[in-house]
Every structure is written in structure tokens, then in C-alpha cells.
Design a protein around this ligand. Structure first.
Ligand SMILES: [Zn+2]
Ligand SMILES: [Zn+2]
Length: 353
């Protein structure tokens, strides 16, 4: 399986374009782990970057929803996964979007995703020491401090790929929102994060799960993922909600939902990961209604393990497997990008031969 060179897709900052390159397969250094990437899905944030809506250091290998097989451990590399399993070459794994040091100020304050020395897959400048840092490539070199989870053999790639982004992020958002049992949950957006949130809230005993989404096809999907109702955010709607999970990145959704937060309501904002105009907020309403607002960006390793367990237990109860519209070879990147940007598209991914 191992060759002298492997393929990687680079983004050079030219909107809409990726470039395929052959490069030497690395030997893992101290603490590093070499993984043979088996599949990687294209996240909405990858698309923002490729379209030029989000500035990143280039060139870079995008892709952070990655699964792979362990090829080789560098000297002294941590072989334990988050569940305590001792990993070995050949094990099928996924890993946290950020490798973290464990002792800087953000790390010790339960914000490992903001580690001062963090290594973020699919976001690193392609440079010496970070030449295989993203999922759109045949190999990935895991930095020391990257939390891994062994994947159940029965879990299809379609479920397993988004674990390290969408599913784990929703786990972090749900934790920030507090227990959903009996609560009226509002989810904005029915992309993969929103759908995952609907499914998670429904399986955890939410009183009701309402999804607001402007795309009719996506609204239909929300119902298949456990939403009790799916609607457009109508100005005249008079209901209220205990928990609001903002997964759309839309200011309009925020404003609509904020006005409908119940007494003691909690809003968790996740979707706004690209530049947008400021939005209005009544501070008096926050105070008098005892409203809590939290931002969640990425997640901590425990959420990755929780994400795998959630999909293992509940993944088959919802049509998660159907969320990946198609797999492409790295060489067919132009076709993959076209498919991923079609209206109503689900996840599109790269699967390595
Ligand atoms: Zn992502
Ligand atoms: Zn750190």
C-alpha cells in the first residue's frame, strides 16, 4: 500500500480551484503518527474558504473531516485513544480537529481547541513540518497531542467522516446548552450540523424540536432527523423556546430566535464562522429575561468521543448515511467541488483508493 510518494490537493488562494500534487510520504518524527487517509468529506467551512469568503494562509491542504488507518507511530507517540484503547498500525481512526499541547492557558481552561500551540487539520499553512496537515490528501501526519478515537468497524465512512467536525461540534454545543430533556429546542439551519442537532436533541428527550430553515428540501430532511416541526422563520410566529442552537450563521435567524427565547432561555451560537455585519441585541431583554448566550467554536476531545458514541448508538435511527451525496477521487476535485456547491447538496467527499 505504501509508496514513495502520495497525492495531496492544495488550495493556493485562487477561488474555486484546487491543485493536485505528488509529494514524498513522510516518516513520523517524535510523538507524531502517520495515518493513511481513507476518506475525507468537504465541510461547509472548506467551501467558504475555497469560494474566497474566508481568508486562510496559503498554500494549504484543506479537509478536516477525516478518517484513516494508522500506518506508523513516531518515537514516543501516544498510542492510547480517548477511550483508553491501545492503538496499533492498521486501526481505523478519526482524530480531533485541533492537536493541542495540554498545558498552555487555553488548554488548562478547557479550551483546547484554542491551544496557543494548536495544530489545526485542514487549516495549516503548507510548510516544513506541516506538509501533510489536511484531509484532502492520501496521508496525514498527526502532530503530538492529537486526540484519536478508534472507529467501530461497522460504522460506514458516510457516518464516520463528519464526526471530527459536525458531530463533535454539535456535542460541544449541546453541552453548552444544558440538558435538553423536556425542553423546547429551536435549531436554526438544516445543514449537517443542524440535522445532527435535531437528532441529538430528539434522542435525548427534548420536549419538542423545531427547525427553522429557508430551503424547503432541507426542511423536509430536518423532519427525517427528529425535528417535530420544520418551518421558515415566520415574522408572525408566536411560540417560544428554551434552548436555541444557531447553526446557520444567519443574522436573520438569530434576530428571529432571540425575540422568541423563553424566560431563562439559552442561545448557543455556532454557525457564524465567516465575516458578517454586526447584529442587534437588546441587552435589557438579556438581563430581564435571564438569557444566557454562549459561542462555541470547534470542541474539546471529549466531544469527539461522545460524537462517535452517539453515532454508534443512534446513527442508524436517522438517515445520516444518506447525507454524503457522493465520493470522488482526489484527481476529480473539480467535479467534487461542483457537486458540493449544487443547491441542496449534502456532504461530498474524497475517498482514497
Ligand atoms: Zn468543518
Ligand atoms: Zn495548549
Amino acid at each position: 500500500m505504501k509508496q514513495a510518494t502520495g497525492r495531496a490537493l492544495l488550495f493556493d488562494g485562487v477561488p474555486g480551484t484546487l491543485r493536485l500534487e505528488n509529494r514524498e510520504i513522510p516518516v513520523p518524527g517524535p510523538g507524531e503518527v502517520l495515518a493513511c487517509v481513507t476518506a475525507s468529506t468537504i465541510c461547509g467551512s472548506d467551501l467558504h474558504t475555497i469560494k474566497g469568503r474566508r481568508q486562510v494562509a496559503v498554500p494549504t491542504i484543506l479537509g478536516h473531516e477525516i478518517i484513516g488507518v494508522i500506518a506508523e507511530f513516531g518515537a514516543g507517540a501516544d498510542r492510547k485513544d480517548l477511550e483508553g484503547n491501545i492503538l496499533k498500525p492498521g486501526d481505523r481512526v478519526t482524530w480531533a480537529i485541533v492537536g493541542n499541547c495540554g498545558h498552555c492557558a487555553p488548554c488548562v481552561s478547557d479550551m483546547p481547541q484554542k491551544c496557543a500551540a494548536g495544530f489545526k487539520y485542514g487549516h495549516e499553512l503548507d510548510r516544513e513540518g506541516a506538509r501533510w496537515a489536511g484531509g484532502f490528501a492520501e496521508w496525514c501526519l498527526l502532530a503530538p497531542g492529537t486526540a484519536m478515537v478508534r472507529l467501530p468497524e461497522s460504522m460506514p465512512d458516510e457516518l464516520a467522516c463528519p464526526v471530527s467536525c459536525a458531530t463533535a461540534t454539535v456535542c460541544a454545543a449541546m453541552e453548552a446548552a444544558g440538558p435538553p430533556k423536556g425542553k423546547r429546542i429551536l435549531v436554526a439551519g438544516a445543514g449537517l450540523l443542524g440535522l445532527t442537532a435535531c437528532a441529538m436533541a430528539a434522542t435525548r428527550g427534548a420536549g419538542s424540536v423545531t427547525c427553522v430553515e429557508i430551503d424547503g428540501h432541507r426542511r423536509q430532511r430536518a423532519l427525517e432527523f427528529g425535528a417535530s416541526q420544520a418551518m421558515i422563520p415566520e415574522p408572525g410566529f408566536a411560540g417560544e423556546f428554551d434552548i436555541f442552537l444557531e447553526l446557520s450563521g444567519s443574522n436573520a435567524a438569530w434576530e428571529w430566535a432571540f425575540d422568541r427565547l423563553a424566560l431563562g432561555g439559552r442561545a448557543v451560537l455556532v454557525g457564524s464562522v465567516f465575516p458578517a455585519p454586526d447584529t442587534r441585541i437588546s441587552l435589557e431583554r438579556v438581563v430581564r429575561r435571564l438569557i444566557g448566550i454562549r459561542g462555541i467554536h470547534n470542541y474539546a476531545p471529549r466531544h469527539l468521543l461522545e460524537a462517535v458514541r452517539f453515532l454508534e448508538a443512534c446513527g442508524n435511527r436517522f438517515p445520516f448515511a444518506g447525507m454524503v451525496d457522493g465520493w470522488h477521487d482526489l484527481a476529480d476535485h473539480a467535479m467534487a467541488l461542483r457537486a458540493a456547491t449544487m443547491p441542496g447538496a449534502g456532504r461530498v467527499g474524497f475517498r482514497m483508493a
